[in-house]
Design a protein around this ligand. Sequence first.
Ligand code: NAD
Length: 273
Amino acid sequence: MTLGDKRILITGAARGMGREIALEAARQGAGHVGLTDVEPDGLAETEALVRAEGAEVRSVVANLRSSDEIRAMVDEIAAWAGGLDVLVNNAGVLDHLFTDADKVAVDTLDEDTWDAVHDINLKAVWLATKYAAPYLRASDRGPSIVNAASVSGMNGSGMTAYGVTKAAVLQLTRTTAINLAPHVRANSYSPGAIKTPMGDSHLASSSDRLATARAMYGTHLIPRRGTVNEIAQVVCFLASDEASFLTGINVPVDGGTTAWRGMRDVELDIDLD
Ligand SMILES: NC(=O)c1ccc[n+]([C@@H]2O[C@H](COP(=O)([O-])OP(=O)(O)OC[C@H]3O[C@@H](n4cnc5c(N)ncnc54)[C@H](O)[C@@H]3O)[C@@H](O)[C@H]2O)c1
């Protein structure tokens, strides 16, 4: 029971990695699992799945583009759980959710897309951290924050706002680690290409899916997409007391992508559908 009796709050929990992080947290013994997302149906599904794992669970629908909704959501989850020990800022969006897939370069991106992606991927991470900080500071159960960055924030990314926001999350994580030390730890995880609805939508939005697939997964030394559970295991470890001397770090969970500069000349084990 790695997560002991921790009270954990996960953003972007309606699907993808967020859902699996919630489930893995419950499997690892988290006492209270708070969930939030803007998408109510998926959130309700995750809530039922987490309950079936035996954890106490509460979900709050909130739009991470609203400071008021973030604050109310954090307060509601903390009041229900009797405090907060872990905040997982998992939610994130790609530029092409708000614009055409071929308009994400620095010279084609529109300002509304820049703002939307910055609101959700960066500003909301800061605001959730800000509003959760008093609860985390008061926690006596090894409090920490775990943020979703990306390999797109470690290397250059052709998707303007996404890459910029993910790079900024790395710096925000270090700043958080400094400002909340020594009591509250803060770390990030940087997934490579993971099989989730986000990854699938990126592939589907491309006019040349094979080229996009090669760009996404061909750089993995382990020539496949990662699974959501491979991410959830790392997130739960970072949130656990086993990681008690880790703060301010970023963990690439990327099949080796950032370890080299190459592209595998192999038959990729991928599903293009
Ligand atoms: N999938 C990948 O290959 C990959 C790679 C690197 C990094 N990441 C990062 O990992 C995290 C999880 O990615 P995923 O693939 O599970 O994504 P996903 O798109 O499958 O899920 C993201 C969730 O965030 C929620 N969300 C979006 N906008 C919101 C808003 N305004 N308010 C509240 N919730 C909102 C969505 O409803 C969704 O449930 C993200 O931060 C993403 O950037 C993903």
